[in-house]
Design a protein around this ligand. Structure first.
Ligand code: F6R
Ligand code: MG
Ligand code: MG
Length: 366
């Protein structure tokens, strides 16, 4: 039977501010997943957090977009919201944009990355989870993992990877998607994915046989609600080894603390800092943006893990680089390009200012 790997996440309350998830929420979620495992809905589950985002990592046999699994995740977030409300945690229930569940959690606030596959004789999977940034933050590392031979020598020397990978890219403004094949269409694809606010990689497939390799969440909360409601902190599921990028090739792009949007008030550029589970507590200027990597060996659907993949001194330099870039960008204060452009910010006072000063503008066109 095919296995479904589902990661569904939401920010249902922060501790303190937007910096972490309170242990009682994790406890509530773990109780719920234990019940779903004993009822047979799920095979296994691993509950964790990255910053203020509660993460449900689940395996089951019901396929992607399954209404029972999504309903379960929704109900779990609702239960955790109750816990968050009782502790008056910050922004309790902030990502639950609707009062009632409508069958599919996509577009309702929580982030979702799912894939269905036949479990291989050994199935290493890495789940990346980020906070204080947006799904476009995966474009650069995904390109490096699956299309850049300087990152992934497997593209050159592994016969199963040599034909390259196919990328499904979403246009999150016009709600459509397109597939590009690499290496042939690499330059064309870069024109799109180099604009990660609009074009986001959703899935990656191995061309040799169409095997699914990666699945990312592409929710953009601010667009869903038409106004600022929360950060669309993304998740990404990747399968590794035996004809797919190795674990080390999959982690390697994160040795570069590349610039992503998010950070304070979802309105700044900042470096994406790879960190251990323990350090996924963005506090400085509500950041800088964090990414953690949870490694699993999947065995008949059981999640063997998680291994904390960035708890490795080999990522210390990326963390140091992130701190240096954070210092550099912070010196810009409210100036671009630290602050996002006007139409990109999640909060802005511009409409009120335009109204306030509408009679003070002097026409200079004559
Ligand atoms: C939220 C985030 C934070 C908040 C900031 C202001 O994920 O990134 O930077 O935007 O703490 O929050 P409010 O407006 O709730 O006071
Ligand atoms: Mg929050
Ligand atoms: Mg968050």
């Amino acid at each position: 039977d095919l296995l479904t790997f589902s990661v569904i996440k939401a920010d249902v309350g922060g501790y303190v501010g937007h910096s972490n998830v309170h242990p009682e929420l994790l406890e509530t979620a773990r109780k719920q997943t234990a019940e779903a495992i004993s009822s047979g809905l799920l095979i296994d589950a691993y509950v964790t957090n990255c910053g203020d985002d509660l993460q449900l990592i689940m395996t089951h046999r019901h396929g992607v977009d399954n209404s029972e699994v999504h309903q379960f995740a929704w109900d779990t977030f609702v239960a955790c919201t109750e816990t968050a409300k009782s502790l008056k945690l910050y922004g309790a229930g902030q990502d639950l944009l609707s009062d009632t569940f409508a069958g599919n959690i996509t577009g309702m606030g929580p982030g979702v990355a799912e894939m269905e596959f036949e479990e291989r004789p050994s199935e290493p999977v890495i789940v990346f989870m980020a906070d204080k940034t947006s799904p476009g933050a995966w474009n650069l590392p995904l390109f490096n993992i699956y299309a850049n031979p300087f990152n992934s020598p497997g593209l050159v020397i592994d016969t199963k990877m040599h034909q390259g990978f196919e990328f499904e890219v979403m246009d999150v403004i016009d709600h459509k998607s397109i597939r590009f094949v690499c290496p042939e269409e690499m330059y064309e694809m870069l024109m799109f994915i180099g604009a990660p606010r609009r074009y986001m990689i959703k899935h990656v497939y191995r061309r040799m046989d169409g095997m699914i390799a990666a699945s990312a969440s592409t929710q953009r909360l601010s667009l869903i609600a038409g106004k600022y409601v929360g950060k669309d902190d993304p998740v990404l599921v990747t399968r590794c080894q035996s004809g797919l990028p190795a674990v080390g090739e999959t982690l390697e792009p994160f040795t570069f603390a590349h610039t992503a949007e998010g950070w304070m008030r979802g309105s700044h550029h900042g470096p994406l800092m790879p960190c251990s589970f323990e350090d996924a507590t963005p506090s400085r200027f509500d950041g800088p943006p964090r990414v953690i990597a949870a490694g699993f060996q999947v065995a008949e659907g059981k999640l063997i893990g998680a291994r904390d993949m960035f708890a490795d001194p080999a990522f210390d330099r990326a963390r140091a680089q992130a701190n240096e870039v954070a210092d550099y960008l912070r010196r810009h204060g409210p100036f671009e390009p630290h602050r996002l452009g006007l139409d990109e910010m999640e909060y802005t006072t511009m409409p009120q200012l335009m109204e306030k000063f509408k009679d003070r503008w002097v026409d200079e066109s004559e």
